[in-house]
Design a binder for this molecule. Structure first.
Ligand code: ATP
Ligand code: MG
Length: 212
């Protein structure tokens, strides 16, 4: 599960854990991106966002932080990350990429997006506030690749899209940043350890309010 995680919040964490339990896999990896190329936004540094992910998963063995994009000297391209994972894990290992509905619907803006399903499966998580309203290209992609059988994800290395409805959590990092910027508490929307880190490093308290 990739993302800017600016900051990581309970919507990410609960999603990752519920998917880990549903797939019956040992771990789900959270991978902060270095510098997103398809969106523009003021960001905390990759290292700070990685620190927060590490703090958030520290007491949960089913969740893991992956620093490969943050420490890379290149910009973050999901397709390149998946190619590196594929080289590491071999041709036959199933790889599942976890995307919220908003991220899934934005795929046509991603570099070499049509190759993604040759490298991984995609698990699309419904997200409050985003309905499935695909553009023509995405409707076609879903029609070609959607399955309702989770077993198919574990039996083949790549190529399936599966939609999954989890405990709906209408939390976004945009909302967290806005709360902090307004001098209000984001407590219980993010882990306490992450909130402590944000306060200690005075993150998000002096930026212009963003619209969303
Ligand atoms: P921002 O508001 O800055 O865009 P965000 O909350 O959307 O932050 P991202 O880091 O952009 O967080 O998202 C990383 C991934 O997690 C994306 O695939 C996104 O769709 C998914 N995601 C984020 N929040 C939720 C949530 N509350 N429920 C389900 N999926 C989520
Ligand atoms: Mg987002």
């Amino acid at each position: 599960m990739g993302g800017t995680f600016d900051p990581i919040h309970n919507g990410h964490l609960r999603t990752a854990l519920e998917i880990q339990q549903w797939l019956g896999v040992e771990q789900v990896t959270l991978m902060p991106s270095k510098a997103p190329v398809h969106r523009q936004q003021p960001l905390r540094s990759g290292q700070q966002r990685l620190d927060m992910v590490r703090l958030a998963v520290a007491n949960e063995p089913a969740l893991l932080a992956d620093d490969r994009e943050v420490i890379s000297t290149d910009a973050s391209y999901t397709v390149l990350t998946l190619e590196s994972l594929r080289r590491e894990l071999g041709e036959t290992a199933p790889i599942c990429m976890l995307l919220g509905m908003d991220a899934y619907l934005s795929l046509p803006h991603w570099d070499r997006w049509q190759e993604l399903l040759t490298l991984c499966h995609i698990v699309v998580v419904k997200r409050p506030g985003w309905t499935y309203e695909p553009c023509e290209q995405m409707a076609q992609l879903s029609a070609q690749h959607a399955t309702e059988e989770m077993d198919r994800l574990l039996q083949s290395p790549a190529g399936c899209v599966i939609f999954r409805e989890l405990t709906p959590l209408g939390i976004s990092a945009t909302q967290i940043r806005a709360l902090i910027n307004a001098g209000r508490s984001p407590r219980y929307l993010i882990p306490d350890a992450v909130w402590d880190y944000i306060q200690h490093n005075q993150l998000y308290s002096e930026q212009k309010t963003e619209g969303k």
